[in-house]
Design a protein around this ligand. Structure first.
Ligand code: PMT
Length: 412
């Protein structure tokens, strides 16, 4: 799981964290720290049982706000807090959500600070269940989860499989704070791509020489995964056609990303061309091998010292089909095509040439001469060029931020 890196999506957002009484409550101080680090303002409400696992002092010190636990407390404004907190909040996160609080929220029972706050909340609520595997699979709990998931503003996160506090192993672990926060960011993101279909190619391709060797390049797929997560976060249905690499999108409920894993340029061509038929936007981020061996040897090619080997090996290469050109040829009205150009010299000139030659609407230029740009790392530095001559230079930034800048630019 990649470590969460604060983006600017939480900046200035008001988040209520609701903690109920499960052992996973010990992870919530870390969640609050991450939210604060991302620039959010945090207020905390808890059930009484939650305070068996975390102290109000820790929660107050980290959130810089008083903790709201007692609906009937005197001498403060807590009696109306269950109304003012939901008014104040952009988002509520209930974590950990025990079977008890899930039951109450699902059935409209409001008998403590957390459940009353939930019932008055009309903004999005993210619920991160955590409990023993048998409790989780009980039909009563499953019914409550289903009911809760039907409320418009509620998003239920999955649980993870692993070691549970009760000493057993199974399903029921709360997601890690980093995973919860990524989903929180998605819920807070504007949904300007809702209902749109986006196809993205990414990663390298592999062109087989023999059963054990191939021609490829240094692409890690990170830039395409960042684009897929950005588009999905903005509400799009994304198809990611991904060459062989380790990067993969977060598989969480709010990410509508279908990944099609491919190996060679020709595999990528078939998958991407087919998926693009009804796409509103196609982003060609893959580093596709321009050539493949004209023939793939059936058996491992031997060295000269071994039987049948030779001191010189000559490979005949055949040009691969151009995926972007094929998609551009069938481009339909309103479809946006965005290509990438990875250059090492005369960058702008080459990029502009590719933009026109390939029939693209935009091209995103990254240069290997810029440190921290291009292949491999978590950052990129790009210039976005539109066919109509508009141009934007983005600074060195995280690939996720680059993805956001690209989508902002092309959706302008
Ligand atoms: O994966 P990362 O490690 O995160 O790195 C990201 C990246 C550097 C790979 C990415 O930012 C990038 O620049 N991708 C395109 C790299 C490239 O090979 O560009 P190109 O100049 O060869 O191709 C130009 C465009 O045509 C690209 O949109 C490419 O996807 C597309 N193309 C190329 C050849 C081909 N046969 N079919 C294509 O569609």
């Amino acid at each position: 799981m990649p470590l969460y890196k604060p983006s600017n999506m939480l900046q200035g957002k008001h988040i209520v964290v609701g903690i109920s009484g499960g052992i996973a409550a010990y992870k919530i101080p870390a969640l609050i720290r991450l939210l604060k680090k991302g620039g959010a303002e945090v207020k905390v409400t808890t059930t009484r049982n939650a305070l068996e696992f975390v102290t109000p002092l820790v929660l107050e010190a980290l959130s810089n706000n008083k903790v709201y636990t007692d609906v009937f407390a005197t001498g403060n404004d807590h009696t109306t807090e269950h109304i003012s907190l939901p008014d104040w909040a952009d988002l509520m996160i209930i974590a950990p959500a025990t079977a008890n609080i899930i039951g109450k929220c699902a059935n409209g029972i409001a008998d403590d600070a957390l459940s009353t706050t939930f019932l008055a909340m009309r903004k999005p609520v993210l619920i991160a269940p955590a409990m023993n595997a048998n409790m989780l699979s009980h039909p009563a709990l499953q019914q409550n989860l289903e009911r809760l998931g039907q409320y418009d503003n509620c998003t239920i996160l999955p649980t993870a499989n692993g070691f549970l506090a009760c000493g057993t192993t199974g399903d029921g672990r709360m997601l890690e704070p980093e995973e919860i926060i990524l989903q929180a960011e998605t819920l807070l993101t504007k949904q300007d791509l809702k209902g749109r279909r986006v196809v993205i190619t990414g990663g390298p391709t592999r062109e087989k020489i023999d059963p054990v060797r191939f021609i490829s390049n240094f692409s890690t797929g990170k830039m395409s995964v960042a684009l897929a997560e950005e588009c999905a976060g903005r509400g799009a249905e994304v198809t990611l056609v991904l060459g062989p690499c380790e990067a993969h999108p977060q598989q969480l409920p709010l990410n509508k990303i279908k990944t099609i894993n491919v190996e060679s340029a020709r595999d990528m061509y078939s998958a991407a061309v087919e998926a693009s038929n009804d796409a509103d936007m196609v982003i060609l981020c893959a580093a596709v091998a321009d050539y493949r061996p004209s023939e793939t040897a059936e058996h491992k090619i031997k060295r000269s010292a071994d039987d049948g080997g030779s001191e010189r090996l000559q490979l005949n290469l055949t040009e691969n089909p151009d995926i972007s050109a094929a998609i551009a040829e069938n481009k339909h009205d309103g479809q946006r095509l965005i290509g990438f150009a990875l250059e090492t010299d005369n960058e702008l000139e080459h990029a502009r040439h590719k933009l026109h030659r390939k029939g693209l609407d935009y091209i995103v230029l990254n240069s290997l001469r810029d440190q921290g740009a291009g292949f491999g790392g978590d950052t990129n530095k790009v210039t976005i060029i539109a066919r109509d001559g508009r141009q934007a230079e983005c600074p060195l930034e995280s690939k996720r931020q680059t993805a956001k800048d690209i989508i902002d630019f092309v959706c302008r």
